[in-house]
Design a protein around this ligand. Structure first.
Ligand code: NI
Length: 161
């Protein structure tokens, strides 16, 4: 495993629509492991492959609760319900947070590293992290959606998504 460099805004890879994964091989397994390691090293709660310069539909999420680490390939939100407004940050946009309105409950379908389909039901902050990461796969950053933005560079916060 290795920690990858996290690309920052305005790197153009963050604005691409990432490609669907069709090969479920050892490279994909290594990518998922590296993404998890990179996310934990940066103290983030999620990471999308474009954030390490790889324009593929791969995400990892771990918000530090009982859901643990979720690695998902080709994720698609198939149900959305309710609404929540809350703060977000992003590992690719250091020192900025903003309040973003998201669905409160979602169902996400995707595949594991072997290509098997599985479904995740998420609510609250866990659902927020999924929506943020899936946006990354479509070239959307939280700053595009935020109702306000505030500088957090005064704090020593790492973290983000
Ligand atoms: Ni992000």
């Amino acid at each position: 495993m290795s920690i990858r460099l996290i690309v920052k805004e305005p790197d153009p890879v963050l604005r691409e629509v990432a490609k669907e994964v069709t090969k479920f091989n050892d490279n994909l397994k290594k990518l998922l492991k590296d993404m998890a390691e990179t996310m934990y090293d940066a103290e983030g709660v999620g990471l999308a492959a474009p954030q390490i310069g790889i324009s593929k539909r791969v995400i990892v999420v771990d918000v530090g609760d009982e859901n643990g680490l979720v690695e998902m390939v080709n994720p698609v939100i198939v149900e959305k319900d309710g609404e929540q407004l809350g703060p977000e940050g992003c590992l690719s946009i250091p020192n900025l947070n903003g309040d973003v309105r998201r669905a409160d409950r979602i169902v996400v379908e995707g595949q594991n590293s072997g290509g098997e389909k599985f479904t995740v039901q998420a609510s609250g902050y866990f659902a927020r992290a999924f929506q943020h990461e899936i946006d990354h796969l479509n070239g959307i950053l939280f700053t595009d959606l935020a109702e306000n933005l505030y500088d957090i560079s005064e704090r020593t916060r790492k973290g983000g998504e």
